[in-house]
Write a protein that binds this ligand. Structure first.
Ligand code: HEC
Ligand code: HEC
Length: 316
């Protein structure tokens, strides 16, 4: 390496830096062998990873499968979690139903109501299902089960046979309702000089569910108190906005909505200790899964309880 650097320096001085670059790339390849580690991936290894299927069908292997064959396979390998009719069992995702529900407060997103491309269904089942044995299905089995899931959504008839050639002709009902999101990922320029002390910077999300009444700043009054050197007062409302609102404000995942007295009455009747426990330890009910502490495992128990108090107070 030292030699190379010296050569480069010489080359730059001689105003021939371009040839120096070329030389260093060639030297890199030679270095790989010299250091004795790494090896080029074989075509077979690449094929093992390169299993994605695109919307235009690129990547699909040859094969075929009928709805009829898929029915048996599905019953054996999928129904225990997703239900015989794709209706879902025990909180696993539903694979059918939910048509027209996307604008509801509790949309039911399934292959039939939400997914865009049939190729995604083939790819997903092929790479990830059954959940406990991913990539265990043969290509023909994936075609058959995909056909059956389409049938469960009333997209193809019972005598349909899905093949590599006709898969892209099968269109899902929601295909045309996806629009490009024009919003830029970030709005701010990176600061390069005279920047603020990072300790003073407040990070606020603009995602609708996170914004409490009073705007994003209302969320961060605690941080401001910290700035002023005061001991912070953690409020139930503050914890709720940051850790619970993402589901409970809109009813995401079946969460009972804040302020919906009907949805909370029966729950509140259980007593507040049960609610604390369910919020802290997590709980699966008829409506969905309440993850332990809403998924924020580092949240102290007493803060979760404060948020529960707040929810109860707001939802009587
Ligand atoms: C042991 C339970 C289990 C079995 C059996 C199982 N799945 Fe799943 N399936 C899951 C879980 C859990 C998820 C969600 C995974 C995630 O989101 O990371 C899922 C997700 C899916 C999805 C995506 C649903 C969505 O809308 O996001 C499809 C499609 C699917 N499974 C199809 C199948 C098929 C077909 C079979 C049978 C070959 C199968 N699954 C077997 C548990 C299971
Ligand atoms: C990822 C979504 C999600 C987040 C985040 C979330 N919840 Fe929930 N929560 C749910 C769902 C879904 C249910 C309904 C479960 C059911 O009854 O089927 C629920 C139910 C509850 C219940 C009622 C339990 C019962 O016994 O009926 C309480 C209390 C609760 N959540 C508190 C909280 C608190 C406090 C937070 C924030 C620290 C929080 N949740 C964050 C999804 C969430």
């Amino acid at each position: 390496m030292r030699n190379l650097l010296n050569q480069c320096r010489g080359a730059v001085i001689a105003a021939a830096s371009f040839s120096c670059l070329v030389a260093s790339t060639a030297t890199l390849a030679a270095d790989n062998e010299r250091f004795g580690y790494g090896s080029p991936a074989t075509a077979e290894q690449i094929a093992g990873w390169d299993i994605d299927v695109r919307a235009d069908g690129q990547g699909l292997p040859p094969g075929e499968g009928s709805v009829e064959d898929g029915e048996w396979l599905y019953e054996e390998k999928c129904a225990l979690c997703h239900g015989s009719f794709g209706e879902s069992v025990g909180g696993y995702p539903a694979l059918a139903g939910g048509e027209g529900s996307l604008t509801d407060p509790r949309p039911k997103k399934t292959v039939g109501s939400y997914w865009r491309y049939t190729s995604t269904l083939w790819d997903y089942i092929h790479r990830a299902m059954p959940f406990t044995q991913p990539e265990s299905l043969s290509d023909d089995e994936v075609y058959a089960i995909t056909a059956y899931v389409l049938h469960l959504n009333d997209i193809v008839d019972y005598d349909f046979v899905l093949t590599r050639d006709n898969l892209t002709d099968v269109h899902l009902p929601n295909e045309n309702n996806f629009i490009p999101d024009q919003r830029p990922d970030t709005r701010n320029k990176r600061c390069m000089k005279r920047c603020k002390d990072p300790a003073d910077v407040k990070v606020a999300s603009e995602a609708a569910a996170y914004i409490p009444e009073g705007g994003p700043d209302a969320l961060y009054s605690e941080a401001e108190a910290l700035d002023d050197g005061l001991v912070t007062t953690v409020t139930g409302g503050g914890v709720y906005e940051r850790h619970c609102a993402l589901c409970h404000a809109e009813g995401i995942g079946g969460a009972p909505m804040l302020g919906d007295a009907g949805a909370w009455a029966g729950r509140i009747e259980q007593g507040v200790d049960v609610l604390y426990r369910h919020a802290i330890e997590g709980y699966t009910g008829e409506d969905g899964i309440m993850p332990p502490k809403g998924g924020f495992v580092n949240l102290p128990d007493n803060e979760v309880s404060l948020a529960v108090d707040y929810i109860v107070e707001q939802s009587q």
